[in-house]
Design a protein. Structure first.
Length: 703
């Protein structure tokens, strides 16, 4: 029998959305759920909706508890619900969000089968609107590991996103963390995240992270974490800081001693100052107020790190509060054994910005112990003392002018176990610093995009390319005879791409169909890595950096594949490249053969990043068949798989496959289906004819 899951839901004036959350609970594939609804003094009809669904919940077999109380805030409402939990596992959800049908089954099912684990965590997606008007956007994946000793610090700094509702917790561990006893409820408008998550992480329980967006977060104008006025944002940040400090202070000495508590409080104070700065920046408040906030951050840094002479606000303005924030994070993350802290600089020099950065580290475990005068990666690799680097050491690379730290260098340093921190001076307000080689040293990635009559969608894809964190991109746009204004949109976007350093090649041709457009784009690609995307989809900001970054750091791999999200009007479905995550890499060829030829799994080509040298070696371009108009997937993936290259599966949903009525894969009539499959198997047969004999026999048998 399935163990009971207690699901606690605070409810306050959510009449417009709560029905959709209730429907998503009823659709859960887990059958033993205790629903605890706390009506926190709603006056908009929310209570009546609750009453209408009570019978539906009971008909579904879900135990239902309804608590009515005067409005006391989300913290008090959550605590009131947690007091009534009787399940073996517990989770909390928001009344205006939604759940994937597998939310409970995935998280609770894992805990049921793995008793050594204390809780499980998933990812989520954000959406705005309701009904058929929803628009989805992925969270940054959490990417957390249970062996990370600085989980609380990283959460306080916002290094990973984990709101309470993506946790499923074993009740015994929940009680061990004393979350209920220490829950602070005296702030009616405050967040209940700190009192919930800080003890959950601080007690060091073992957990499983699922990089699947099982929780759908409603990011509407009514969300308490969105602000229409700066004063409201400032109040929220102040209250959040206080709630974090209260939760930290409540930790027992055996979990966090005085020193660690002091460190955590400093971390949350800095984090909330920077949070306020970011919110103010987004709200475009007056520059004098921005400068005032930045001055507070600098003043706090001067006091915290005893900087002498103290930094001035102008020292930070040159490189941004976000960059300063990162240096402060490095300084506050402690570690056990301390070795040398080596600052690599161009011979005898440091820029003004880097002098200020080092000042932030003074008096911390990252204060430099020595300087190495090396101007680039090659000089560092030849340094006579490099062989003495150990896992206790830290190397801080501060090359002021066109820094050169190649992926090969980084890999060599990683093998020593040392900590490597890169401070390349490439920071701007529009681009992120990358944890690998900076701009000029990043391999070029060619993104091929066929475009045909995508006027309503193409700007969303363009914007998602613009915010990629990889900074060396070549975009090849093949306008396949569009007649709806798509070509004019392409022209409008060209200056934006060039402003961000993205090289653009535009190819105009008469309409030849999808395979012909893709083939034309692939022939023009000059990058070290190649991928192709659809004009009506969207990319996660880390799509290129994750896939190309892996191939850069692992030259033994020929191509990489991520997971994806199918985004419909009303819901999001997670799609994994591997039906069985345990599939060994040597089985990739047979897996793809089965997927395409037996049509068990359809693998869209957009999930793949391919090394250009491997694509050429596979013979794909020479044997590309473009006489059909509808589909191209079999020849693309089967040809690459047949070449025997090593493929890396990265289980993160980095590609968003947007479902709409204009999609070529939408087949509405029998004739549409027949035409599609006739063309599909024409391509399959043509692809097989171009393969090596040994592979041709395998495929022919499957066909």
């Amino acid at each position: 029998m399935q163990p009971r899951v207690s699901m606690v839901m605070p409810c306050y004036n959510k009449v417009e959305y709560i029905g959709e959350m209730f429907d998503s609970i009823i659709e859960q594939t887990w059958n033993n759920i205790e629903i605890i609804l706390v009506n926190d003094g709603s006056n908009d009809g929310t209570r009546e909706v609750i009453a209408g669904y009570e019978a539906k919940f009971r008909a579904r077999g879900f135990e239902t508890i309804i608590i009515d109380q005067q409005n006391a805030g989300v913290c008090a409402a959550a605590k009131a619900g947690l007091a009534h939990m009787t399940g073996e596992y517990v989770c909390t959800v928001d009344a205006d969000d939604e759940l994937d049908p597998e939310y409970v089954a995935t998280l609770a099912g894992f805990l049921q089968e793995n008793e050594a684990y204390d809780f499980a965590v998933c990812d989520g997606v954000r959406y705005t609107g309701s009904g058929n008007q929803k628009q989805f956007q992925t969270f940054n994946p959490s990417r957390i590991a249970d062996d990370d000793p600085y989980l609380v610090e990283r959460w306080l700094f916002g290094d990973f996103t984990t709101p309470p509702w993506i946790y499923m917790i074993r009740t015994a561990y929940f009680r061990k963390c004393r979350i209920f006893e220490t829950y602070y409820t005296q702030i009616a408008t405050g967040s209940h995240e700190p009192g919930y998550i800080i003890p959950l992480l601080a007690y060091g329980g073992k957990f499983k992270y699922f990089p699947r967006p099982l929780y759908h977060f409603n990011f509407t104008e009514t969300s308490h974490s969105r602000f229409d006025r700066f004063e409201r944002a400032q109040q929220y940040c102040d209250e959040y800081n206080m709630l974090c400090a209260i939760a930290i202070e409540a930790l027992p000495a055996g979990i966090a001693d005085f020193g660690r508590k002091s460190l955590l409080k400093k971390a949350t104070a800095i984090s909330n100052l920077v949070r306020l700065y970011i919110l103010a920046d987004k709200m475009r408040i007056a520059s004098d107020r921005m400068t005032s906030i930045l001055g507070n951050i600098v003043e706090y840094a001067n006091d915290l790190f005893s900087i002498d002479p103290p930094m001035a606000t102008r020292d930070v303005c040159d490189r941004g509060a976000y960059s300063l924030f990162k240096e402060m994070q490095y300084a506050l993350y402690g570690r056990g054994e301390k070795g040398r802290v080596i600052v690599c600089r161009a011979v005898g020099t440091l820029s003004t910005a880097n002098v200020a950065r080092l000042a932030c580290l003074k008096g911390t475990h990252l204060e430099q112990t020595e300087f190495w005068d090396v101007g680039d990666s090659d000089a560092l690799m030849q340094h006579p003392e490099l062989s003495g680097i150990t896992s206790a050491d830290t190397i801080i690379a501060m090359w002021a002018d066109k820094p050169k730290c190649t992926a090969e260098t980084i890999q060599i340093l990683k093998e020593t176990g040392c900590i490597l921190i890169l401070f390349p001076e490439l920071w701007t307000s529009n681009r992120k610093s990358l944890p690998i080689a900076p701009c000029a040293q990043l391999p070029l990635v060619s993104i091929v995009m066929p475009c045909y009559n995508k006027l309503d969608f193409i700007s969303s894809m363009f914007n998602s390319i613009l915010i990629q964190t990889w900074s060396n991109i070549e975009l090849i746009l093949v306008n396949d005879g569009s007649t709806d204004g798509t070509r004019e949109i392409i022209t409008d976007w060209l200056p934006k791409f060039r402003e961000h350093g993205i090289a653009v090649v535009v190819v105009d041709q008469e309409n030849r169909g999808l395979p012909g457009a893709v083939h034309e784009g692939l022939k023009r690609a000059t990058g070290e890595f190649i991928c192709q995307v659809d004009a009506d989809d969207e990319l996660d900001p880390e799509y290129v950096a994750t896939l190309a970054g892996w191939l850069t750091e692992h030259p033994e791999y020929d191509w990489a594949v991520c997971d994806m999200l199918y985004v419909y009007e009303r819901r999001v479905v997670y799609h994994s490249y591997l039906a069985n995550p345990a599939t060994p890499e040597h089985a990739v060829f047979s897996h793809l053969a089965e997927s395409f030829l037996l049509y068990k799994i359809k693998e869209p080509v957009h999930e793949y990043m391919v090394r250009a040298e491997y694509m050429k070696r596979s013979g794909l371009l020479e044997n590309y068949f473009s006489d059909v108009r509808r589909t191209q997937e079999p020849q693309y993936v089967i040809t690459l798989a047949a070449a025997g290259g090593r493929l890396k599966h990265i289980p993160l949903p980095l590609y968003r496959y947007m479902q709409n009525d204009q999609m070529m894969s939408i087949r509405k009539t029998y004739e549409d289906f027949r035409e599609y499959y006739e063309q599909y198997f024409v391509i399959v047969h043509k692809t097989i004819e171009g393969l090596r004999a040994e592979n041709r026999n395998i495929f022919s048998y499957m066909v």
